[in-house]
Ligand binder design. Structure first.
Ligand code: C2E
Ligand code: MG
Ligand code: MG
Length: 730
């Protein structure tokens, strides 16, 4: 429902307040007064019992609903009064069921009721829970005003309108029409068009803690930021709630799109000033491109939605391109939730410990506790994958508290100079019971508080910062230490460092990995963070150090501690104890001398085109600039080939080195990052060119590129020996 509409509907509410004053007023017979109030058309009255069933409807209300309305008495209120469907631009109203369950006051709740003639009427409800002298809940008492005429009119106006009233951006309706028209026209002229779907991270928290007006103000500022980034490259719109959309005609360069998405994410994550208070949110972005990821508006929208979902799942504050693998991944995640709950019940989650080592003496100072989950079917599942799933419900609280208790117990068996660091999810951190859980874990184990360190990410600094501040103060009072994890990846506002909450900053892996490469600006960033931390009296940790040259660099730049594979991967409690058995607690660095360009180990069947022949090969690893393949014999160094990574991603390559049955390929143009740790090509071959080769466009589903058809049509004599491949077609 548009905002102005809510406002208009509210204007007639004073009548209801007056009526309450009258109803509770003097010694006059109440029922007479109520009758008169009803007669004046000011209001109607209703009540429920403690179970939420309708126990009373005043005569006017019964009349309004027509014959048979008495039958409604005894029915659950939520079956008689239905939630309205929220329209574009609405500051969402909580469902009636939610409010009744929470026993909260009903304040101008708009509901739909069906009258005897089966037509819908709209009522605006006010009501409050009634408690008896002992404080027991006795049901609701409330009033109602029929607002049907006004509601129908306002809704119609809203439907006809093309702009979102709150932000002035295009609304859902207009965006839908534009997209449909654009795709139809572009198909004829063979142009491409990208669709970005945005969903704000933690907007709900701001709305809940700072109030709806603050939420509205925030949305306006988000709209302004989006407009200033997109400019005239495309059209920005608001779909409703905290969802935005950007339509970008003639865009299919995934490099450019990724950069744009990145700028959007960065900009939206900067702090907001709202009525003198600060709020921080983030955004996730899903990207789909027509005609590759969908030809029609609904198909393209579904693809972008799926990409958005994946971006949110990854960790929020990031973007993701649609790939057809996403479709399968979505159903996997749904299953993960059930299995995870099961694993928690059976106590199957374990902790591993990774040392944080002083790079000067190689002595361990602290161990970080990291959750490990081995699922029989799926194998090892990373916490980066299952923590977000747990965060979707209260499972995170159980997981988090169990990890905290276990870690405190385990640490007690270590030398008493060694600390233990435990990760805390933002959702767990802001829960009221968190301080208590920490105190209980300390008490149960007997671990001195100063040996416990809590690792918190920047994502806690959202919503109401005053509440967050209070939690920090409480925890400090307990005597535990606090570390800011993954510094530099989130909102990167220095503001909250100055409050002095943190004892330690952990410089994120992304600044460390590859920092020794020429022209990298990360060493400068590391230096700056270390200097800042020193000035504020905080310790620094360099995370994710893998190579000797990285270790040398972070030590030289003054990082107090180093955590990474260079010293040790996460180990079991038994291994930790063995480490101390000889009294040393020293870890020796070992690893490659230099950082190597990021290579992802893969085991996937892909295609290789040489001259006119198409081969099947196995991709063993992939980096931005090259790949290693197996499955062909006798391919000489220097051969020009085209690697087919699927979905229209063709990479022009040269064989740079070769053994009998494995080849290293060097790419003519480097791949680009896909935003979530993988690589992809900047461009794809267009379905339009496939159509030219005789494949009907309509036959191409989202992300489908039947190159196989092309290869059948081009049966030529192979130059190289195709070896037997033992990988199922992935
Ligand atoms: P984090 O807190 O930033 O933990 C560091 C991650 O980096 C760990 O991944 C660790 O195994 C990995 N790592 C350490 N050194 C290196 C290195 O040299 N190279 C590479 N490539 N990786 C390295 P892990 O165990 O997969 O955990 C991922 C994330 O899951 C953690 O990031 C943390 O945010 C979360 N997590 C883990 N355990 C818990 C937990 O008990 N509670 C909560 N809320 N989150 C947890
Ligand atoms: Mg951590
Ligand atoms: Mg970290």
């Amino acid at each position: 429902m548009p905002l102005g509409f809510r406002k208009n509907l509210r204007e007639s509410r004073n009548a209801a307040t007056e009526q309450r004053a009258v109803a509770t007023g003097g010694a006059t017979d109440r029922s007479v007064v109520l009758g008169e109030v009803e007669e004046l058309g000011i209001g109607m009255f209703w009540a429920t019992d403690a179970e939420g069933n309708l126990s009373f409807l005043s005569s006017r209300a019964l009349a309004d609903l027509g014959a048979g309305a008495e039958e409604l008495i005894g029915k659950p209120l939520v079956r008689v009064f239905n939630d309205i469907e929220e329209e574009v631009g609405a500051p969402t109203q909580r469902s009636l069921a939610f409010k009744l369950k929470a026993r909260s006051k009903l304040d101008e709740q708009i509901v739909a009721v069906t009258d005897a003639r089966e037509s819908t009427r709209w009522w605006r409800l006010n009501g409050r829970p009634l408690l008896d002298a002992e404080g027991n809940f006795r049901g609701y008492r409330g009033s109602a005003v029929d607002i049907s005429a006004q509601y129908a009119y306002e809704t119609q106006v809203a439907r006809q309108s093309q702009v979102d009233e709150l932000t002035g951006l295009a609304n859902r309706r207009k965006l839908g029409e534009r997209l449909t028209a654009m795709l139809a026209a572009f198909r004829v002229s063979r142009r491409s068009c990208a669709l970005m779907m945005l969903d704000l991270d933690r907007f709900k928290q701001v709305n809940d803690t700072m109030g709806h007006p603050a939420g509205d103000e925030l949305l306006k500022q988000v709209a302004q930021r989006l407009l200033s980034i997109v400019k005239d490259a495309g059209e920005v719109g608001r779909l409703g709630g905290d969802e935005f959309q950007v339509l970008l005609p003639d865009m299919d360069d995934r490099g450019t799109l990724g950069e744009l998405a990145n700028r959007i994410v960065q900009s939206i994550s900067q702090p907001y000033q709202i009525n003198g208070r600060r709020a921080i949110i983030g955004t996730s972005v899903g990207i789909a491109i027509a005609p590759y990821d969908g030809l029609e508006a609904d198909e393209l929208t579904r693809s972008a939605d799926m990409a958005l979902y994946s971006a949110k799942e990854t960790r929020g504050g990031t973007f993701c391109f649609f790939t057809s693998e996403l479709r399968d991944a979505a159903s996997k995640t749904a299953m993960l939730g059930d299995r995870l709950r099961d694993a928690v019940d059976k106590d199957e989650l374990k902790l591993a410990y990774q040392p944080l080592v002083d790079p000067v003496t190689n002595e361990v100072k602290c161990f970080e506790a990291l959750l490990r989950w081995h699922d029989e079917e799926a194998g090892d599942i990373s916490p980066a994958q299952f923590i977000p799933v747990a965060e979707n419900d209260d499972l995170i609280i159980r997981i988090g508290e169990a990890a905290l208790r276990r870690a405190c117990m385990d640490a007690l068996a270590w030398p008493d100079t060694i600390r233990v660091a435990v990760n805390v999810s933002a959702k767990q951190f802001i829960r009221p019971g968190y301080r208590k859980a920490v105190a209980a874990a300390l008490a149960a184990s007997g671990l001195p508080p100063q040996r416990l360190e809590l690792e918190i990410t920047e994502s806690v600094f959202v919503g109401d910062l005053e509440t967050v501040d209070a939690i920090f103060r409480d925890l400090k009072k307990l005597g535990v230490r606090l570390a800011l994890d993954d510094f530099g990846t989130g909102y990167s506002s220095l503001g909250y460092l100055k409050h002095g909450h943190f004892n330690k900053i952990k410089i994120d892996q992304s600044f460390v990995r590859g920092c020794t490469e020429n022209g990298d600006i990360n060493p400068a960033i590391i230096t700056a963070i270390v200097a800042l931390a020193k000035a504020l009296g905080m310790e620094t940790v360099a995370e994710g150090v893998e190579a000797m040259d990285e270790l040398a660099l972070v030590e030289e730049r003054g990082a107090d501690l180093v955590q990474g594979y260079i010293y040790s991967k996460p180990i079991t409690q038994e291994q930790v104890l063995a480490q101390f058995a000889d009294g040393s607690g020293v870890f020796r660095p070992s690893g490659p001398p230099r950082h190597r360009a990021e290579r992802i180990t893969i085991f996937r069947k892909v295609g290789l085109i040489h001259e006119d022949h198409y081969y099947d090969v196995i991709l063993r690893n992939l980096s931005k600039t090259g790949a290693r393949i197996t499955g062909l014999a006798g391919v000489p160094v220097g051969t020009d080939v085209v690697l087919d990574l699927g979905h229209g991603q063709l990479v022009v390559s040269k064989v740079a080195n070769a053994t009998e049955n494995s080849q290293g390929l060097k790419f003519e143009t480097p791949l680009i990052s896909d935003g979530s740790g993988g690589f992809m090509t900047r461009h794809r071959i267009s379905p339009y060119s496939l159509a030219e080769a005789g494949i009907p466009l309509a036959a191409l589903g989202a992300g489908a590129f039947p190159l196989a058809k092309w290869r059948e049509a081009n049966k030529t004599v192979p130059k190289f020996v195709q070896l037997e491949l033992s990988v199922p077609n992935a």
